[in-house]
Design a protein around this ligand. Sequence first.
Ligand code: NAD
Length: 482
Amino acid sequence: MSATDVRTFGNLVGGEIVGAVEGATREILNPAPGEVIARVPEGGAADVARAVAAAREARIAFRDTIPAKRQELLLAMADVLDRHAEELAALEIANVGKPNALAAEEMPICSDELRFFAGAARTMQGQATGEYGEGYTSFVRREPLGIVGQIAPWNYPLMMAIWKIAPALAAGNVVVLKPSELTPVSTLRYAELVAEVLPPGVLNVITGDGPGVGQHIVEHPEISLVSLTGSVGTGKNIARSAADTLKRVHLELGGKAPVVVFPDADPKAVAEGLRVASFLNSGQDCTAASRVLVAPEIYDAVLEELVAAASSLVVGDPAEGDQVEMGPVISARQQERVLGFLDRATSSGAEVLTGGAAGRDTGFFVQPTIVAGVGQADEIVQSEVFGPVVTVQRVDDFATNAITLANDVPYGLAASVWTRDVANAMNAIRQLDFGCVWVNDHLPFLSEMPHGGFKESGYGKDLSIYSLEDYTRVKHGMIKLS
Ligand code: NAD
C-alpha cells in the first residue's frame, strides 16, 4: 500500500468525529507487509475526560429510554453493519492480516450479536415482587450502571467491540470504549457509521494505548464498571487500579485451551477440527486449541494427522488472494514473542515437528507449528503463546491423568473433549475447570450462550443474558402500605 492510501480516522465523542485533544496521532500498520495503512488519534487523560463528559450528558436520557427504543437502536446498528460489511471486513483484513474468508465470516456474526441484544433488551426483569414484610410491598428493579468503560484487544477488533457495546447499550448504559492501539480502524469506522443512528454521547470511542487512555478510563470516578478483554497481566493491573474507586470489573482474559483426546476418538476428525481451532486468526484466539492431551493408544495417529493438517495450511498475505488460510501475527513484537517461546522450548528438549520459524522475510509471520516432547511444567504448556503453536502430550494412564493435566494451568477459559462415548463426554464436561467445554469440536460460540472464563481467565460473561446481568445493578424498592 502506498503512502497515498493511508487513511485518517477520528474518535467518536458526543456524536462528533474529533481528533485527540492534544492533536497527537499514531500510525497503524498492516502486519502482512508491515506497512502503514492509517493514522488515528493518540489520546490521553484529556480525551478520557472529554468522552466521560459526553457520556454524562447522554446518560439520564438514555437510562430512561424504554427497552423497545433500545431494541430499535441496536437493530439499526446491525443494519448499518450489514450495509457496510464489505468495507468493515476490508479494514479488518488490512489491519489484522486476517484471511479474506475469516473477516467476511465475522461481519454477519457481529450483526447477529447486535440483533440478539436488541431482543434481549426487552427481557430484563427483577426476580421478586410481593409482600415479604408485614404491611410492605417490595420489588426489584434491574437498572443500568451508568457510564461503562470498555477496553478491547487486537485479535477480533470489531467483534470484541460489539461483544462489549451491545449488552451495555441494551441494558441502558452509555459507553466509553477504547479499541486496541494496534487495531482500532474497523471500530473507529463503525463508530463513525453508527453516529448517524445513535443519540450523541451514548457511544464514545477513543483511541490510545493502555497507560495513555486505558488507565485513565479505569481510574475515572464517574465510570461505574470497566470491562476488559485482554491479557491476564492487564486484567490484574486493571483489577488493582479499579479498587481505588471500587468500580465493578468485568474481565475476559487469556486462555490455554486443552484438547482432551480419548482412545476412542477419530484421529482424522481431531486433526480436521484443530486445523481450524488451533490456527484460525493465526492462533491469536483466547480459546485457541493449544494443548493436545492424547491417550497413548492413538498418540502416534493423532500426531501424524495433526502434522499433516498444520503443514497443509496456506500461509500468506491475505492480499495474495482467497487461497490464503492463515495470515501473519499482529506485530513484530508478537512475532518475536511467539518465536521466543519456540526457542526456549527447543533448547529445553522439545521437538518441533512442523513449522517453528517465521517462514517469510517481510511481514510478521510465524508458520503453523506443532511441538511434541514437552512436559506439563514447561513454559510452552503453561503460558498462553497467542500464536499458531500447538503442543501435543502423550498421557499415560489416561483415565487417571488426562483431566488433571487439562486442569493444571492457571487459565480456565475453554476446553474440548474428543470421544464417541457419551459418559466420557459428560464426566469430562463436569470435571473440566473451564468456562466452555466442547465435545467433538472446538471454537464455535453462540450469541445466546455465555462466554467467559474461570481462574486467571477472568470473571464476568460476554454474550447471552448473563452479560446483561453484568451490565446492570439490582435495586430493592420497598413501599409501606399504610
Ligand atoms: P492486552 O492486555 O495487551 O491489551 C488489551 C487492551 O488493554 C488494549 O486495548 C490495551 O491498550 C489495554 N491496556 C493495556 N494496559 C492497560 C492498562 N494498564 N490499563 C488499561 N488498559 C490497558 O491484550 P492484547 O494483546 O490486546 O490481546 C490479547 C489478549 O487478549 C490475549 O491474552 C487473549 O487471550 C485475550 N483475549 C481474551 C478474550 C476472551 O474473551 N477471554 C478474547 C480475545 C482476547
